[in-house]
Ligand binder design. Structure first.
Ligand code: NAP
Ligand code: ZN
Ligand code: ZN
Length: 354
């Protein structure tokens, strides 16, 4: 076993605090990674605070992991010792169903996804998986991504969740030149959504509750900014949009965004709030054959495609680096929409304390 320093929440109401866990010794197909940086996703907070159902404590969050490969099993061909590597939201799936075979492991038909944290660990019966708020991780090579070496490493960490969660729906619904595309919410996901929609050539509009983020939004790729608390400005958006990606982390009224769609336009939900939003107005949907859809992270092949795209286009996340010891304060700021635009933990702050 590999003794590993970490931070864990022991209950939905206790702050994250130091914790020691054991990683398995790498098997033939496993990759052992020294974690250098881990992004802080709002899903970490939803889980650590037991806002979502089915949380088993202790929880070690973190699924935006980048680090250095330090050991590989005898059958590993995918990466070598010394390489940079990334791990996202999944560390295993059934591997046999139609969705897994299609590289869409996140939609596994057998519901047999092992998430990076808070899933039963197939390798350690009775133990849950523990995520990237830790100094090391051991993962089957299928779920290990290659991180382009030309990118800023800390800024690459959020690509493993915020990046792929926005890249995948924008690609799936063919966002590109000639289209008007909205991104709702300028947080971790939203700022990556702006960068990708802009890079794909769409006319990109940010919807935000925070008027103070306008200048940053334009720097990040927005052509226009609409303050969603301004009812008059929202009314002017009616019928304009081909596609809107909604990243908001709390329940809210979706009708103004549905009304902003053109005929046959699509509102895609990726935010996963604790409480359900009110049911959207049916007449708004059917009167223009509008679509309301959802999307969850992205499969492993598409995650690699996204990382390679970022390497070619020099796209990384705009980040604020924090020590592991600053995580509870970072969560409080996240709850106030005060993230510019992703916290990334420097795991150097935990080393030498195992
Ligand atoms: P985040 O950094 O906290 O950003 C969320 C943004 O939502 C905020 O920055 C804020 O942007 C906006 N917002 C906050 N309160 C709002 C309110 N009352 N009304 C309207 N907008 C509000 O969170 P994140 O890490 O990007 O994650 C966003 C959501 O996506 C979370 O629920 C997370 O669990 C989920 N998620 C889903 C997937 C998936 O696979 N589908 C993957 C990762 C995360 P403004 O200040 O600009 O309004
Ligand atoms: Zn995430
Ligand atoms: Zn499957």
């Amino acid at each position: 076993m590999i003794t590993t320093s970490a931070y864990a929440a022991q209950s939905g109401t206790s702050p994250l605090a130091p914790f020691t866990l054991n990683r398995r010794e790498p098997g033939p197909r496993d990759v052992q990674i020294d974690i250098l940086y881990c992004g802080v996703c709002h899903s970490d907070l939803h889980t650590a605070r037991a806002q979502w159902k089915g949380v088993t404590f202790p929880v070690v969050p973190g699924h935006e992991i980048v680090g250095r490969v330090v050991a590989v099993g005898s059958e590993v061909t995918h990466v070598a010792v010394g390489d940079l590597a990334g791990v996202g939201c999944m560390v295993d799936s059934c591997r046999t169903c139609a969705s897994c075979a299609a590289g869409l492991e996140q939609y596994c038909d057998n519901g047999d996804i092992t998430f990076t944290y808070n899933s039963p660990d197939k390798h350690q019966p009775g133990v849950m998986t523990y995520g990237g708020y830790s100094t090391a991780i051991v993962v089957d090579q299928h779920f290990v991504l290659r991180v382009p070496s030309n990118l800023d490493l800390a800024g690459s960490a959020p690509l493993l969740c915020a990046g792929i969660t926005t890249y995948s729906p924008l690609r799936h619904w063919n966002v590109g030149p000639g289209q008007t595309v909205g991104i709702v919410g300028l947080g971790g996901l939203g700022h990556m959504g702006l960068k990708f929609a802009h890079a794909f050539g769409a006319h990109t509009v940010l919807f935000t509750t925070s008027a103070g983020k306008s200048a940053d939004a334009k720097r990040l790729g927005a052509d226009e900014v609409v303050v969603s608390r301004d009812a008059e400005a929202m009314a002017k958006q009616a019928g304009r949009f081909d596609f809107i990606l909604n990243t908001v982390a709390v329940s809210h009224d979706m009708d103004p965004y549905l009304a902003a769609l053109k005929r046959d336009g699509t509102l895609c939900l990726v935010g996963a709030p604790e409480h359900p939003s009110k049911s959207p107005d049916v007449m708004t949907i059917l009167s223009k054959r509008r679509r309301l859809v959802g999307s969850m992270i992205g499969g492993i092949p598409e995650t690699q495609e996204m990382l390679d795209f970022c390497g070619q286009h020099n796209i990384v996340s705009d980040i604020e680096i924090i020590p592991m010891q600053g995580i509870n304060e970072a969560y409080e700021r996240m709850l106030k929409s005060d993230v510019k635009y992703r916290f990334v933990i420097d795991l150097g702050s935990l080393r030498g304390k195992a």
